[in-house]
Design a protein around this ligand. Structure first.
Ligand code: HPA
Ligand SMILES: [Zn+2]
Length: 338
């Protein structure tokens, strides 16, 4: 049930977003505008027709449309506009820090230069830091439906700019593409001093979460829903204090859960796991971060203390230095107490 004082707390709590694919923040209105600006034809007659097509029965269904949507992104300015629109929207949800995924292979495969993508996204992130007070980290994802050699080629392209990239991730079609496929390229990324995270246990089995931890040595688990099927794995995630970046509305729209009341956040909190709330691909899944918070707060009847805990987890699970995390936690205490 909706609760006005809880909604007001969500609206004003400082928070970090740790699981956000920047290409998944491409709203139909911007998709249309960019298609026109770049003379790219898209198979939709109107913004409403685009939204109507956003009905998915699984991850692959979504990915097919997601990669199609990306085709309108052509210039550095397009990537700037995409990222800036997300940051302005995030600011209205009192997001103070973002750790953004991008999918370079979704663009280089279409003939764009790696630099076009990186420069546009980063320019907006820097503006966001100055004008909106939102700090950032940038996480380059490898597409797991492609080969490990292709991931290595992407890492090679990133090498001249590696000081501008903070971490690597693993996304796209999960089942059939286990973390073990990318063991070597993740080892190389770790050698370079990059942070490492991976999508695991969204549709894939608990074994993929084990692999992400053992073979990729990830610092966080993106989604992690199916980790709950394995009691030993749950104990390990709790003992190691690993952060799970859960995406409630994404889970609902991709039929990972049947209704929002099945969001794993309740169970994770009860088990002492460090869950966080994130929007994943907000333009496609019907909500930004505060929409995700409100949806589970209502469905799981979260207490104000639990909502505060989720906001705290978003900073302690971030790649920010400890001193910055402590500052954000102090701001949360101030806002929650006031
Ligand atoms: O939710 C997701 N899962 C896997 N890959 C993705 N790429 C964008 N969004 C997703
Ligand atoms: Zn994701």
């Amino acid at each position: 049930m909706s609760n006005p004082s809880r909604d007001a707390l969500i609206a004003r709590l400082p928070k970090a977003e740790l699981h956000l694919h920047i290409e998944g923040s491409l709203e139909p209105e911007l998709l249309f505008a960019l298609a026109q600006r770049n003379g790219v034809s898209i198979p939709f007659a109107s913004v409403e027709a685009v939204r109507a097509a956003y009905s998915f029965s699984n991850l692959q269904d979504f990915l097919d449309i997601y990669y199609q949507g990306m085709s309108v992104l052509q210039t550095e300015q397009d990537f700037y506009d995409l990222t800036w629109a997300y940051l302005e929207r995030a600011a209205t949800d009192t997001v103070r820090h973002v750790e953004i995924f991008f999918d370079p292979q979704g663009h280089t495969e279409r003939g764009l230069a790696f630099e076009t993508v990186l420069d546009g996204i980063e320019r907006a992130l820097r503006d966001g830091e100055v004008k909106l007070g939102i700090s950032y980290r940038l996480i380059m994802c490898f597409l797991r439906h492609l080969s490990e050699d292709a991931a290595f080629a992407t890492l090679d392209q990133a090498m001249p700019h590696i000081d501008r990239i903070h971490g690597v991730g693993l996304d796209s079609s999960e089942v059939g593409h286990p973390p073990s496929k990318f063991q070597k390229v993740f080892a190389k990324a770790r050698e370079l001093g990059l942070h490492v995270t991976a999508h695991a246990g969204e549709e894939g089995p608990p074994e993929y979460v084990h692999e992400a931890l053992d073979l990729l040595q990830v610092e966080r688990i993106d989604h992690g829903n199916r980790a709950l099927e394995d009691a030993a794995l749950v104990r390990r995630i709790a003992d190691e204090g690993l952060t799970l970046t859960v995406c409630p509305l994404s889970n609902l729209r991709l039929c990972v859960i049947k209704d929002i009341g099945q969001s794993p956040v309740r169970k994770m909190l009860d088990l002492g796991l460090k869950a966080t709330v994130n929007s994943d691909d907000p333009a496609y899944f019907g909500g930004y971060i505060n929409d995700n918070f409100r949806a589970i707060a209502d469905a799981l009847d979260l207490s104000e203390a639990e909502i505060v805990k989720l906001a705290e987890n978003s900073f302690t699970g971030s790649f920010l230095p400890m001193a910055d995390q402590i500052q954000h936690l102090a701001e949360i205490t101030e806002v929650a107490g006031g």
